[in-house]
Design a protein around this ligand. Structure first.
Ligand code: CA
Length: 222
């Protein structure tokens, strides 16, 4: 799950980035509308947080440009403006949700998680795959109701495969969804995470299959 944050307030940006990274999301941050329009085309973002008061252009213009280009990325707008018209215009121009500043970070987290789930076509907060249960709010994974000790990266890889159960996910796509531009990633990092996950999932009903030349596929094996 990769998140794009477009916000020019440095302190607020740091706080939001920290929260979502601690949950295992890959997070990229830009502070101008121009950069947002560039970067949104480059990576498979699961959602975008968009501030309306940007230094170079109005966030509503960024939103409009993205929608006109037919990008379906779920977008939550952040606005310091309390005017109802801004929220109405934002939603009418294709935003999926909004939050007024100041806000509780916990509410932002919950709203973004809901947006990501809906964007993936599955609003269910818990995934059940055989005896594996994945709580997408907390990120916790259980096998036969026993908590699996996973690092946040392992969780991210598992969730990315689990939401597409039965379908091959290419290595490029997995890398793009699990790591941000700021992550220092060894070339074989993904293989290492997959190997660790397989070991940790030995008692589960699911297996992660390597599809040569294509990528990985998670399936319920038993
Ligand atoms: Ca701003």
């Amino acid at each position: 799950m990769r998140l794009l944050i477009v916000e020019d307030d440095a302190a607020l940006s740091r706080a939001i980035i920290k929260v979502f990274r601690s949950q295992g999301l890959a997070v990229d941050h830009v502070s101008s509308g121009r950069d947002a329009l560039e970067i949104v085309k480059m990576e498979p973002y699961s959602a975008m947080i968009l501030d309306l008061g940007l230094p170079d252009m109005d966030g509503l213009q960024v939103l409009k440009t993205i929608r006109q280009a037919h990008f379906n990325i779920p977008i939550l707008i952040l606005t310091a403006r309390d005017a109802t018209t801004d929220r109405v215009v934002g939603l009418d121009q294709g935003a999926d949700d909004y939050l007024s500043k100041p806000f509780e970070v916990a509410e932002l987290e919950a709203r973004v998680r809901a947006l990501i789930r809906r964007g993936q076509g599955n609003p269910e907060p818990t995934l059940h795959l055989g005896n594996l249960k994945l709580d997408r709010a907390s990120g916790a994974a259980y096998v036969c109701d026993q908590l699996l000790e996973l690092t946040k990266r392992e969780r991210a890889v598992l969730e990315t495969l689990a939401v597409r159960v039965g379908n091959v996910v290419s290595k490029a796509r997995l890398n793009a969804e699990v790591f941000s531009y700021d992550d220092q990633v060894a070339p074989n990092a993904l293989e290492v995470y997959i190997a660790r996950l397989r070991r940790k999932l030995e008692k589960s009903d699911i297996e992660i299959v390597t599809v040569r030349g294509l990528g990985y596929l998670l399936r319920v094996a038993k």
